[in-house]
Design a protein around this ligand. Sequence first.
Ligand code: AMP
Ligand code: ZN
Length: 467
Amino acid sequence: MAVKLFNTLTRSVLDFAPLDPAGKNVGLYCCGPTVHDFAHIGNFRTFVFADLVRRFLEFSGYAVTHVMNVTDVEDKIIKRVRENQTTLRDFTGKYEAEFFKDLAELRCLRPTHTPRATEYIAEMITLIEQLTARGIAYQAADGSVYFSIEKYRGCGCRYGQLVNLNFDGMRAGERVASDDYEKESLADFALWKARVPDDGDVFWPSPWGEGRPGWHIECSAMSMKLLGTSFDLHLGGEDLMFPHHEDEIAQSEGATGKPFVKHWMHGAHLLVEGKKMSKSLGNYFTLRDLLAKGFSGREIRCLLLTAHYREQFNFTLDGLAGARTALARLDECLAKLREISGSTSAAPAEKLVADFRAALADDLNVSKAWAVIFDWVRDTNRRLVANELTPALAAAELAAWERVDSVFGLGGKAEAEAPPDILALLEARTAAKKAKDFKRADAVRDELKAKGWAVEDTAKGPKLKRA
Ligand code: AMP
Ligand code: ZN
């Protein structure tokens, strides 16, 4: 069954088909965090969405290479480094480490690659050189290098693929130095920013003098280096459509002359009382704020998975309490099934898996998927009361749940006792084994052992035990 996904480029739901002629390998890039502070759960809505896309594609038989960059140099970071009188690496290192802890707490699979922008400066310079060689980029009097929208459009390329733009008000050569700007200030944007005193120690040498990259070129360089000049899927929050993603397309297609990304997906915002959850509005919760209130990463993940990714979703603490109740119902049913199945194993029962697959194959219709799950809970409870479930039947239903859970990643209660970094390692080992990368699987097993956990491969899948 084809997986249907909405594509921002065509503004329509399409059958997903990878560029790989064998139809197997998929390259997925999702813009990662800017590590200037703790991420809030609005940011994590986008990362849980990317995790869902990746897991569902893997469930559907694809081999996904998932890249999530770490933006560790840009305007806001430099400002904070200056204010805190620290170094770039010390400052960003702390927030980066916390970010990955939070990501594991939310049971997101660790992306295959998590490149830091500062480690890809050479690739960014090469891209800018390609753009200058093609006459699409130019160095201005301020020493910075800008992307010329006029020259790009003159090559027959299209600027404004994701959003409609009005070029009438645009004056050729007008420039915008800041990474963030509105559609109304459509202008040539900075690829390389010449060093200014406020940058402190944050600069690199380049053919255009000392300076640092603009934010947009970072993602073009890292994504194409790790996934190739053309790749399948590019994701991010809806606020990134313009200018960030539009500029990524222009830089990449301008430099290579090839189509950049086949399929763009954008996640809608998490709101608080009708407004985007954001640092600047001060209406945000970090993950640690919610953990301090007694909620778990599992409950927060569950809540974030209840809304369709293209719909804005209002965050409330009552919503989280609702997720807790829903999980308790599910856990109770799973516990009874485990009690009956004992050590019996069986192939997954078909109905739950097939209905769940059909729901998510319809542009990730999570509401339908949850309805399937809770119909299954109701029906299973009825069969339990009626004593209809033999150990083999209970094991088959449990195995079906394990398949569903490879996508939703909620885990069972017993598993919830293992800390998130251990669960992330277990998932990494399972993924490595699935990809037949046994060397990596063994290395992860050793890492788990060193942390005091053993993995036992049972007929029902890998189980964690205290070593
Ligand atoms: P940043 O760390 O600011 O670069 O943002 C990381 C990701 O979070 C980006 O993909 C943003 O689009 C996304 N994001 C920011 N605010 C929200 C929100 N309120 N809801 C959903 N995603 C968001
Ligand atoms: Zn990006």
